[in-house]
Design a protein around this ligand. Structure first.
Ligand SMILES: Nc1ncnc2c1ncn2[C@@H]1O[C@H](COP(=O)(O)OP(=O)(O)OP(=O)(O)O)[C@@H](O)[C@H]1O
Length: 305
């Protein structure tokens, strides 16, 4: 059996109107990981997820979920994945309790094996168990969708833009729960536009652009590859021009006292740059550094693709 949670090879999708959404995607998502799928609007993230969820038919390639080929073992593949969709959709006239019971019924889970209240407690909705879903706030609805995706206890949970429209406090709660699930062994795949969140949560990240994977690496090395680091030096006295011989890109602000130096951290370090500044006879009063973040990597990779 495959060791990966999800294995995608040469996945293609051309929609009925002729729009090519996926140009042959290869992706391996390790078991036990929190995997981030990032990309600009229209990149093909939802299409990929919807193919895995069985909501969209692929036009080429292969996909396996927990070792089950989605064509040959569709039923087992479907049982191995829970998907929290981007749009909030459920029947407003059911209560959260009924929504989860109904979903359990669809998966043929016997009453004795259902975890309805346990799930509602986990997403902090136990006090809304018997309220109409239409009376829930956006964040509560989102959490109900998470509970609904977990009804059949899948080893893989996929969240498509789960924090869209969720306030900061609830977002933190949702991420805490995602971390808890992952610690308990669930593989989590999420798409997000919040890059800091992907950076903080995901141990591996793939970036999709125009239906192609343009990066796929563990978060740390993706960031390490970003290369550039910025050193900001505040000087005691005004400078008219950047000192001669500074070994990197340098710019001075309009006050003449703040020098911004951009260097490649793979071949240089802040100490070397600072040594040049002091050797030029400048008096330093303050220093700070900034690492490239995922946003930089993202822009770099998507600009060229
Ligand atoms: N049902 C459809 N029919 C035709 N084209 C579609 C359909 N669904 C998506 N597309 C197109 O396929 C491409 C990929 O869309 P997809 O929704 O997968 O992107 P995405 O990365 O999830 O973007 P977003 O972050 O906006 O959800 C887009 O160009 C989109 O317009």
């Amino acid at each position: 059996m495959s060791e990966a949670a999800i294995e995608i090879s040469g996945l293609e999708k051309t929609y009925a109107g002729g729009k090519v959404a996926l140009h042959g995607i290869d992706l391996t998502i390790p078991r036990g990981s929190i995997f981030g799928l990032l990309g600009p609007n229209g990149a093909g993230k939802s299409t990929t997820i919807n193919i895995l969820a069985g909501l969209v038919n692929k036009t080429g390639g292969k996909a396996r979920i927990w070792g089950f080929d989605i064509d040959e073992h569709g039923r087992n593949a479907k049982r191995s994945i829970g998907v929290v969709p981007q749009e909030i959709i459920f029947d407003a006239f059911f209560t959260p309790f009924e929504t989860l019971e109904l979903q359990a019924g669809l998966f043929g889970i016997a009453k004795a094996q259902r975890r309805t209240m346990e799930l509602l407690r986990a997403v902090r909705l136990e006090d809304k168990a018997h309220a109409y879903s239409r009376t829930l706030s956006g964040g509560m609805k989102r959490r109900l969708l998470v509970a609904k995706a977990l009804v059949h206890n899948p080893p893989v949970l996929v969240l498509d833009e789960p924090t869209a429209g969720v306030d900061i406090e609830l977002r933190a709660l949702l991420w805490e729960y995602v971390r808890e699930l992952n610690a308990g062994g669930t593989t989590v795949v999420l798409t997000t536009h919040y890059l800091e969140e992907a950076e903080a949560l995901c141990d591996r990240i793939a970036i999709i652009n125009h239906g192609r994977v343009v990066a796929n690496a563990d978060t740390r090395s993706l960031l390490a590859d970003a290369g550039d680091k910025v050193l900001v030096v505040t000087l005691a006295d005004e400078l008219a021009a950047v000192p001669v011989g500074v070994p990197c890109k340098a710019a001075i602000d309009s006050s003449g006292r703040v020098l911004t130096l951009t260097y490649d951290k793979r071949s240089q370090n802040a100490g070397q740059i600072l040594a040049h500044i002091t050797a030029a006879g400048l008096q330093v009063v303050d220093v700070s550094t900034q690492d490239a973040d995922l946003e930089d990597v993202f822009l770099k990779l998507t600009a060229s693709a």
